[in-house]
Design a protein around this ligand. Structure first.
Ligand code: PBG
Length: 333
């Protein structure tokens, strides 16, 4: 790359009009880049707002189906379900997690029946079903790996059976992708995709999400023995490589904005479909400031999402998905 000297080179030339700016723009955001995470709860025609996530609510299955119809209408390719599990169903063995008729699996079936064209992504981890709020089984105060993987495989099969298109293991146990992929192949679910939460950090930005799924009260201790240390980046590459080899189709970096350097390294190293999760705390931060009039909400929404494209991501899981899609669609006229 060579750059001439002033005045032969004036960088302001290509910024001097909207037409030139559009022509020279490297990255753009499209509705095709968006995955919309939604929270599901029991009941009918219900909508429970989540205080720490302005404009986000837990929805009953009928309303989730409406949300999926809206998303499909806006051109959003995928919706991702997170269940709010009644505390009475949280147990030590987490059996509700792979029950064929649990809340999440019923929601998957309802969406696929009404809006088959939208891809449905699910979450694989024990935390919504676990009495102590952890993503894995707790035995004598320790989060055990291999026994957890067996449970996660059962969850994966139940979700694939329900019709999920994309499985999202968010648990960070070792060996789970290989075990799930083998079980899916055996069961004939050869086209069910896995979007691995490969580089998931032990982050304080998940706080509002844990409120949304009712896990804040349940969680005993922290998740540092399975989620990544925020000081590490080489480890993220090793995790992504491992998960791709084991059969992940797509990989994720999570959280998003504080970890854009990881997105770029992952994309450059593997060239695999790479996603970032702009998590609940990032959403709360931007929305909270926008509500107070300290930031221009629509502009920071778009700028923050475009940053993921610049960092090499193919898509973003974001609570802004429907709002961003509306803005993009309106712009096209
Ligand atoms: C749990 C899970 C978490 C998120 C997605 N799946 C929270 C956690 O690991 O404690 C966070 C998403 C968000 O903050 O928006 N398996």
């Amino acid at each position: 790359m060579t750059t001439g000297r002033y005045p032969a080179t004036r960088f302001r030339r290509t910024r001097s009009s909207d037409a030139l700016r559009r022509l020279t723009r490297q990255e753009t955001l499209s509705v095709d880049d968006l995955i919309w995470p939604v929270f599901v709860m029991e009941g009918e025609n219900g909508r429970d707002p989540i205080a720490s996530m302005p404009e986000v609510a837990r929805l009953t299955i009928d309303n989730v189906v409406r949300a999926a119809e809206e998303a499909a209408g806006l051109g959003i390719p995928a919706i991702c379900l997170f269940p709010y599990i009644d505390p009475s169903l949280k147990t030590e063995d987490c059996a509700e997690a792979w029950s064929a008729d649990n809340l999440s699996n019923r929601a998957v079936r309802a969406i696929k029946a009404a809006v088959p064209e939208i891809a449905v992504m699910t979450d694989i981890a024990l935390d919504p079903y676990n009495i102590n709020g952890h993503d894995g089984y707790v035995v004598d105060g320790e989060i055990v790996n291999d026994k957890t993987v067996e449970a996660l495989v059962k969850m994966a099969l139940a979700q694939a059976e329900a019709g999920a298109d994309i499985l999202g293991p968010s648990d960070m146990m070792d060996g789970r992708i290989g075990a799930m992929r083998a079980a899916l192949e055996d069961a004939g679910h050869v086209n069910v995709s896995i979007l691995s939460y490969a580089a998931k950090y032990a982050s304080a930005f998940y706080g509002p999400f844990r409120d949304a799924v009712g896990a804040s009260g349940a969680l005993k201790g922290d998740k540092k023995t399975y989620q990544m240390d925020p000081g590490n980046s080489d480890e993220a590459l090793r995790l992504v490589e491992r998960d791709l080899i084991e059969g992940a189709d797509m990989v994720m970096v999570k959280p998003g904005m504080p970890y854009l350097d990881i997105c770029r390294r992952v994309k450059d190293a593997f060239g695999a479909p790479t996603y970032a999760y702009q998590v609940s705390g990032e959403y709360a931060m931007l929305m909270g400031a926008a509500e107070r009039g300290w930031l221009d909400g629509p502009r920071v929404m778009e700028e923050s999402l475009l940053a993921f494209k610049r960092a090499g991501c193919d898509g973003i899981l974001t609570y802004f998905a429907p709002e961003m899609a509306r803005v993009l669609t309106a712009r096209q006229g």
